[in-house]
Ligand binder design. Structure first.
Ligand code: SF4
Length: 250
């Protein structure tokens, strides 16, 4: 149990030490090199001495994020492991639905995220005990209940900054002179793939710039029935079609 009456930094360090006691060196930091990710890397390296650092290179990242990855490597003298999607799966998806399929609806956005992020990440995390993320409760409504140790995830997901505020992140970044993406100065408050992220306006949710074109109605995925009669989401149908195409090619 991590005491709540200590500073955010001490709570995060305490979580990192607990993770080390439980998982030894079977740990990694997964980051998209946003401010939270860099703070996590800084705390993890200071506490553990060394730790694997991974990022998902979807093939659609903005140039500013590639610059950030290079800045992190230079500052800490590490190599950030790039997790990349299967090129055959990407090619089949693009051939069938176009490069910017995500604008065609939530199922297509989910398909793209599945192929470029979810599937390669699942492969990369295999065999790991736990991994650190930069998720914070304050970032959005859907993150309000994020636990520091998320044991429902496999491997265990450790959100060491779960209870940090945006102010805590900004102070730590400033005090430790950490590198930060130039996109923050352009009004971005959350940074993902280039075509799926925009700057946010004052008062908007921090993650409002992600998939900004999706309305609540559009978030409905719809249901389909599989050949065996099982209910499936549209994205499951689309994904199966892509994987079958890739399989017949190999
Ligand atoms: S964020 Fe956009 S471009 Fe990136 S994987 Fe998801 S849908 Fe594709």
């Amino acid at each position: 149990m991590i005491p709540s009456n200590i500073s955010p930094v001490d709570r995060a360090v305490s979580a990192i030490k607990s993770a080390q006691a439980e998982f030894g060196s079977s740990l990694a930091v997964l980051t998209s090199c946003q401010r939270e990710g860099v703070v996590t890397i800084d705390l993890a390296l200071n506490t553990l001495g060394s730790v694997r650092v991974m990022t998902i290179d979807t093939g659609r990242l903005p140039a500013a994020t590639h610059e950030m990855i290079a800045a992190v490597e230079a500052r800490y003298g590490i190599t950030v492991e790039r997790i990349r999607p299967d090129q055959g799966e990407v090619d089949a998806m693009v051939a069938g639905h176009g490069t910017d399929l995500f604008y065609d609806g939530v199922p297509f956005r989910n398909l793209c995220c599945n192929i470029r992020k979810v599937r390669p990440l699942a492969l990369a995390l295999k065999g790991l005990g736990a991994y650190f993320t930069g998720l914070r409760r304050e970032q959005s409504e859907t993150r309000q209940n994020v636990d520091i140790f998320d044991r429902t995830a496999s491997p265990v997901k450790i959100n060491a900054l779960a209870d940090w505020t945006a102010g805590d992140i900004a102070s730590y970044t400033r005090e430790h002179q950490l590198p930060e993406s130039r996109l923050y100065a352009e009004g971005y408050t959350s940074i993902g793939c280039e075509p799926c992220t925009r700057a946010t306006a004052a008062g908007e949710d921090e993650r409002a710039g992600r998939w900004w074109w999706e309305t609540d109605d559009a978030r409905e995925c719809g249901l389909h029935f599989s050949p065996t009669g099982k209910v499936e989401r549209t994205v499951d149908v689309l994904l199966r079609e892509i994987l079958e195409k890739v399989k017949t090619k190999t």
